[in-house]
Every structure is written in C-alpha cells, then in structure tokens.
Design a protein around this ligand. Sequence first.
Ligand code: SF4
Length: 422
Amino acid sequence: MPPKLDLPTLQNWSCHNCGGCCRQHEIEITAEERQRIEQQGWQADQLAGHAGPVVESLPARGGVARWRLAHRSDGACVFLDERGLCRIHARFGEPAKPLACRVYPFAFHPAGDRVVLGFRFSCPSVVSNRGATPAAQRGDLTTLYDLVVPNNAGTIAAPAFRPGLALSWNDVRELGGELDRLLTRPAVPLPLRLLWCLGTLDLLNARSDQELAGARWRPAVSQAASAVIAELPEMPPTLLSPTGMARRMFRLLVAQYARRDTFAEVSAGWRYRWRLFRSIVRFIWGAGRIPPLQAGFESVPFAVVERPFGPWPAQADELLTRYLRVKIESLHYCGRACYDLPVRQGFANLALAVAATCYLARWLAAGAGRREWNAEDFERALAAVDHHHAYSPALALPDFQQRQRWLLNQREVTRLVAWYAR
Ligand code: SF4
C-alpha cells in the first residue's frame, strides 16, 4: 500500500505571484518537458521580445544530457510575464508547466507508512503564512504526490539518532513531538526554547548506545528536557561567547546562506567565481567590511554585526517558532530530506540556520543604519537562509558537514545561537 499523505496544520500558503521563484531558481527540466515546451511554439512577440531559445542545454551529468528553462538578461525566466504570472500556465494550464515549478514551494518527505508535506521558506507567502490551508488544497497536493513520490517511499529507513544508533520512524516522530512540546512552551522567548532543545539532545547523547537502544523515546526525551529546564530556567544574563575559531567556521556557513547565485551571475563564469572566492576569504578573515553577496545586503563592518541588537520583535519569535515546528513536523531537518543527517546533527544544523538568520537580520538592520532589528529583517533573512538549507549541494560537502559536526561536538552551536540571538 502506498504511504498516506500527512498534511501539516501549522502552515498556510497560496501563490501571490511575486515572481520571486521565477527569478531565483534555475529550473532543470526533463527530456519530455523540453520536447513539450519546444512544441508549444513560442514566438518572440509572446515573450516580451525574447528571441533566443526557450530551453538551454546544461553540461551533462554522469553522461546524461540536461536542460533548463532559458532566462532573460535580467535573470528572470523567459516565461515570467509583467504581472508576475507564468506564460505557460496562462496559455496551456497549470499541468503544462515543468514539474519543478508545479511543486514549489512544497516538499514531500518519507516517514515510513506516511509521506509528510513540508514548505520552503524561500517563498515570501510561506514566510508570511498567507493563503489556503493544506487541507483545503488536498486535491492538488494529492496530484503532486502521485507525480513526485516514488513507489519505494515506504521502504526508506528512518534516520539514526547519531551515527550507529538506529531509530524507528515512530521513535523519530516521538522525539520530534517532544521537541515540539519544548518549542511551544508559553511565555518563554524562542532563543531559550531552542537552547532547551539543544541541551535535551546533548543530554540524551551522553547516554550509551546500550542505554538508548530500545529506549522509549517519549519518556526519555521528556525526562532529559525537565533536567535541562531545571538547570537553565532563564536566558543567562552573561553568555559565554563563541570562540574565534567557532565564529570563523560559522561565518563560512553564513557566507553560503548569504549567496544568491542568480542566473546572470553564474553566467558571468570565472569573473563571478573569482569574486565569490575573494568574498569567502574575507568572511574567513572577518575583519573590515562584509562583502555584499546579494542585492539588498549593504556592505557593513563585520564588527557592527557582533554587537547586541536588542529583544526580538514578537513577529520574529512567531516566524522562527513556526519555521522550526514546520521543519520538525515535516522531517525537513534529518534523514533523506536533509543530506541523510542523523537527528541530533540535523537539529543542530537547523539551530545554526536560525543563528545564521539572526546574523543576516543584523546585517540588514545595520545596512539600513539601524541599531535594532525589525520583523522585516527576520523575514528577509529567513527567506535567504531557507533558499539553501537542505537544498544547496554545497552544504552537503564533507568539509561543510565536518565543520558543523565540530561546532556541535565543541558545544559551540549553543553559544552561537545565544550570541547572535541577543
Ligand atoms: S515565490 Fe512564492 S508567492 Fe512568489 S511567485 Fe513563487 S510561489 Fe508564488
């Protein structure tokens, strides 16, 4: 029997035609989609004067030919019209579009006897939670599920807790349920709730394989969480700041999240790669001014981003709490949905994504000449970070993963969250 589709209850979405995804993403298409689009008979006068091909070749991968939708010189997809609508959709209907465009911003993840639906927060409508509930879109979502979920989805193994310590899908759900309970504690600021989650996973990790094998995860997590809350009832007024090495490693991660490899930039070839290389060296060095890696992020001194930016706006707490809960509920932080990471490392990487969001929000506020951050800084920062998180192939590279493991094992993830959230 195919796994059933589980729909989240925390997140709404409808497309508001901002055209952002049509400018940000390179849309790779299949041979069948290429043929279909080429046969649609597009003329330059229907494409705002674009006279070139509507489909372009990509370098072959593993001996397999690849194609993408063509983009205009300003970086937008050739099919994006002036109202922010897709011309293929308008002329031939939604099913005529490439599958990648139809699925965005949804994500389907295996979870044993079910498949869970997640969302990409790179879409501003997801960030602002605007639109219809997933339940109201069940018909369309079931159509997409049939198109994208492979037949063997139900046989995919659950992620481990840590390397070598296997979990069942039920264990993963119980663990996620307890983390969710911690994240929904009322009247506690999110940075502290996040530290509780990290502390709980650390406490569990201190137990041996023998102790944890066959454990009932719900009571085990709940017990660990109570111990952590008793030890850290409130945000410590003086926080141990991250070491210089940890900040350097973290800035490399931030540089990856702050990148926006637009079509126009990548097409600039070695010039773009040289500029990127120089920017990354400056992020490692961490002195002088932050190089702007995408539009909207002004160059500001690295030192400015390190100072306190005051309490979070209430909307930022709601947004990042929802973000974490949606990622946990949809298992978009570990296993097959996130670089095959074990649960503990996957959650730590998610916490680092929150710390990176805080870093980018500081950067945006400082770039606008403010000493305090606002809700919009967090929204824009999170959209930039989640464009990459669990998707960018660079984040799956061994040196990135090794750095994130080091930060976790040195207890630096907690310090980085506390430091950049203040
Ligand atoms: S980014 Fe989101 S709201 Fe904007 S066009 Fe794409 S799906 Fe629609």
